[in-house]
Design a protein around this ligand. Structure first.
Ligand code: LLP
Length: 419
């Protein structure tokens, strides 16, 4: 459930009519709903009611906007970060350092140092090489870094290939059959306290069974590591729960997910860490756009909107489906190709889509754009970066300014020797 609803024929974000935001801020613009973020944070937490000891760390990559992070920090959420830039955002938004988990296969030397200096709660180590490097840095700094080893369980999450992370040939984690030996080696390093294991098999999971298998594998790992004398106190189960992109799409609920997790992990006696991203932010945001013009096509007309693949990359990158509806539907519909202005055919949001009838100047929204939307934007075709707005009841604030193409150009230089 979200708070983007029609009232008297006009789509509102909570109590704010979207045409007002379009008028004041311009289009395209991302619009987030605070009430929806808070609701999702609560539903996810409630789903995990039977997990006694836990940290829920929002996956910052899904929506790193400072105001969004603040909303979630106020809900008691920590942050799952994959770069020092994300760590700084989480800290700036008020997330306590000990609630930050630092994941990622390519943490650089300086990121490892900065992470330690920031006092982050847990490093999820993705290789023996990284673990040894971190241990050496920590020892030099005279501290002990809290760590978990990410395991690659070789489980096919059954999602899009590009967002699948738990198969043996994916770059993430250490192979499960080598994990015991790597764990032993890293655990003996004085600079680290290797206290647990982590897993994340992929995103937009529509079926809980691969996840359950991965968690069971992790459970066996915990048993064998304890058998080898290691104290395992923390297990990170990653994120991945999918959200409905189409009306009526059935996906496992946070309650079903939580019940599965509670059942499989009930005897583990550890603190569980969760890293949800999309399930919290996805349906808490939309991308508001305006129709530039409607162009006749050979078959269906092209509805050309002012948002493009640089603003919302998911359809071009993954063939992803985003619901597309008019802000003020007229009660009639049309079949159209929904495209942006960018000069490549990949800048297509949908082909042959049955949608509300739209004319030039009309406003429309791409739904479920709160996760992996603004954060994946680029300035391709010398377009700027879209602003972001957070709605709260009948008020709203611009929480990220539009960055005009000119401002990006201002950061470029033509060297003297080219004159
Ligand atoms: N934890 C780790 C280690 C991750 O790699 C990810 C996402 C998450 C947590 C959060 O997963 P979520 O709960 O959001 O599924 N750009 C893609 C999604 C990439 C996900 C990358 N990792 C998309 O637009 O679908």
């Amino acid at each position: 459930m979200d708070h983007f609803e029609y009232r008297s024929g006009v789509m509102h974000a909570e109590d704010v009519p979207l045409p007002r935001i379009a008028q004041d801020v311009g289009t395209p613009v991302y619009v987030y709903s605070r009430a929806t973020l808070e609701r999702h944070a609560k539903v996810f937490r409630d789903g995990l009611a039977d997990v006694p000891d836990k940290l829920i760390a929002f996956a910052v990559k899904s929506n790193p906007n400072l105001a969004v992070l603040r909303v979630l920090a106020n809900q008691g959420y920590g942050a799952d970060c994959v770069s020092i830039g994300e760590v700084r955002r989480a800290l700036a938004a008020g997330v306590a350092a000990e609630k930050i988990v630092f994941s990622g296969v390519g943490k650089t030397h300086s990121e490892l140092i900065s992470g330690i200096e920031a006092g982050i709660g847990q490093f999820n180590i993705e290789s023996e090489e990284e673990g040894l490097e971190l241990a050496e840095i920590a020892a030099q700094l005279g501290v002990v870094a809290q760590c978990a080893l990410r395991i690659n369980p070789d489980v096919d999450a059954g999602t899009h290939d590009k967002i699948s992370t738990g198969k043996a040939d994916n770059k993430f984690g250490v192979p499960i059959d080598q994990a015991g030996q790597i764990f032993g080696k890293l655990a003996s390093q004085p600079g680290v306290n290797l206290r647990g294991v982590a897993v994340h098999i992929g995103s937009q999971l529509g079926d809980l069974s691969p996840l359950e298998r991965a968690i069971e594998e992790l459970g066996s790992m915990v048993t064998s590591l304890r058998g080898a004398g290691h104290a395992i106190t923390h297990v990170d189960l990653g994120g991945g729960l999918g959200v409905p992109y189409k009306a009526g799409e059935e996906l496992p609920s946070p309650a079903q997910y939580g019940a599965m997790v509670a059942r499989v992990t009930k005897d583990w006696g550890v603190k569980l860490i969760f890293e949800p991203g999309r399930v919290i932010a996805g349906n808490a945001g939309i991308l508001l756009t305006k129709v530039v013009r409607v162009k006749r096509g050979i078959n269906d007309p092209f509805v050309i909107v002012d948002a493009a693949m640089n603003d919302l990359a998911r359809p071009a990158l993954y063939g992803a489906y985003h619901d597309f509806v008019a802000v003020e539907p007229r009660g009639s519909d049309m079949t159209a190709n929904i495209v942006g202005p960018i000069c490549e055919t990949g800048d297509t949001f949908a082909m042959g889509r049955l949608t509300d009838r739209l004319d030039a100047g009309d406003l429309a929204v791409f739904r479920t754009a709160g996760a992996y939307g603004a954060t994946m934007a680029s300035s391709y075709n010398s377009r700027g970066f879209v602003p972001e707005v957070l709605v709260d009841g009948d008020r709203y604030a611009v929480v990220a300014d539009r960055i005009e193409a000119g401002a990006i150009m201002d950061a470029e230089r033509v060297p003297d020797w080219l004159t």
